[in-house]
Design a protein around this ligand. Structure first.
Ligand code: NAD
Ligand code: MG
Length: 395
């Protein structure tokens, strides 16, 4: 029996994870559930899954959570605050942690799980983008395992030789020529810059193939999501930037592929449903039913592949730039992007200006070496401040 902490249980990945867990009560139990401030949603999940601990990140909501859990006849421990997330992720109520909080807010709990030697199922890509080497060290020292849930990385994980892959010390197999991440292209694939003025948040969040949280949906529309994933792949698989390639594949059926020196290409295919990657990561190295419809290639639209348009979707090029700059540049990129996306979702920044803000912050804060988590968090704060100032000056 695996005891699973689902950090970000009320989100899109959290919900899909709980769906898979509920299909296999003999294998998995959700022992810890956390949310930011969605008390009612968390109470509903606790009533369904009966965890040992519920954590609400907003400390002002702990009393309300306790009261509503009692009213729903749910008997579990309650905790609150940012620190409680890290304590829960590293405590003995769980052996497996699904890191599904969105953004830098998930960094400390993800690191805590890694340090504690948990089996870490990583959806929170921003954590590895910000702190790749620190996270890998924590996994290696903690002695647990790091298994990607992001569908592209989970696909690559399935197509690469298993040796050392989840250990925190990955080295790219010598026979690999290139890793290719597929991208759907998002809702604006094929459009030029002129057509992207006046885009609204709701238009940007309408992804053609996936239903996801709003932040990652905007990232998918700008292609920053793919940029973050390039950095994520670099860390997860020990691949140099030049060995990571991106192709647009609008059907989202081929989730990524590995090209080998002998000309072989190994791809992982499946319907676009995150429960496949989640079930794979939960059960690895075994396989379990994910509730996902089987893929029938005879009825699918023809599979198409095209090069990304880096001139229109500049965020992907900026992410490659930050990866090549190294050090804390990816953390700066991520912080600037989080602020810019927040402003776009609030109607305070045009869609195309998201890349301008990220570009300006990267130019203002040249890469520095990553020393420890404290300096990284300070850099994250400085980059957010710079992004907010640039936003104010632009208005
Ligand atoms: P979401 O917005 O649907 O859910 C986010 C979850 O994090 C919620 O439970 C929310 O309560 C919690 N949260 C948000 N801010 C928090 C904070 N400050 N403190 C504590 N908890 C907080 O997001 P999502 O789409 O489920 O994505 C989660 C992560 O998984 C992201 O990093 C995303 O990039 C990654 N991911 C998502 C998908 C997908 O299909 N949704 C696919 C691949 C990777
Ligand atoms: Mg992905």
């Amino acid at each position: 029996m695996k005891n699973v902490a689902v950090l970000g249980a009320t989100g899109s990945i959290g919900g899909n994870t709980l769906d898979v867990i509920a299909r296999h009560p003999e294998r998995f139990r959700a022992t810890v559930l956390t949310a930011h401030h969605q008390v009612d949603a968390l109470v509903t999940l606790c009533a369904q899954h009966r965890p040992d601990l519920a954590v609400i990140a907003d400390p002002g909501l702990e009393a309300e959570l306790s009261r509503k859990l009692r009213a729903a006849s749910v008997c579990c421990e309650v905790a609150s605050g940012h620190d409680a997330l890290a304590i829960a992720a590293s405590g003995n109520l769980c052996d497996t942690v699904v890191a599904a909080i969105v953004g830098a807010a998930g960094l400390e709990s993800t690191l805590a799980a890694a340090h504690a030697g948990k089996r870490l199922l990583l959806a929170n890509k921003e954590a590895i983008v910000m702190a790749g080497p620190l996270l890998l060290d924590a996994v290696a020292i903690g002695g647990g395992a790091l298994i990607p849930v992001d569908s592209e990385h989970n696909a690559l994980f399935q197509c690469l030789p298993a040796e050392g892959l989840a250990s925190g010390r990955p080295t790219l197999h010598k026979g690999v020529r290139r890793l290719t991440l597929t991208a759907s292209g998002g809702p604006f694939r094929g459009l030029g810059r002129a057509e992207l003025t006046g885009i609204t948040p709701d238009q940007a969040c309408k992804h053609p193939n996936w239903v996801m949280g709003r932040k990652i949906s905007v990232d998918s529309a700008t292609l920053m999501n793919k940029g973050l994933e390039v950095i994520e792949a670099h860390h997860l698989f020990g691949a140099a930037p030049d060995l990571i390639n991106v192709v647009v594949h609008p059907q989202s059926l081929v989730h990524s592929f590995v090209e080998y020196l002998d000309g072989s290409v190994l791809a992982q295919l499946g319907n676009p449903d995150m429960r496949t990657a989640i079930a794979h990561a939960l059960a690895w190295p075994e396989r379990v039913d994910a509730g996902v419809a089987p893929l029938d290639l005879t009825t699918c639209a023809p599979l198409a592949f095209e090069a990304p348009d880096l001139a229109t979707f500049r965020c992907l090029a900026l992410a490659f730039q930050a990866l090549r700059a190294g050090g804390d540049a990816p953390a700066v990129l991520n912080a600037a992007n989080e602020i810019a996306v927040e402003a776009f979702l609030a109607g305070a920044l045009p869609f195309l200006s998201i890349a301008d803000v990220v570009d300006a912050v990267l130019a203002e804060l040249p890469a520095q070496a990553v020393v420890d988590v404290q300096t990284l968090l300070e850099r994250d704060r400085v980059a957010r401040e710079a992004a907010r100032r640039i936003l104010r000056n632009a208005c």
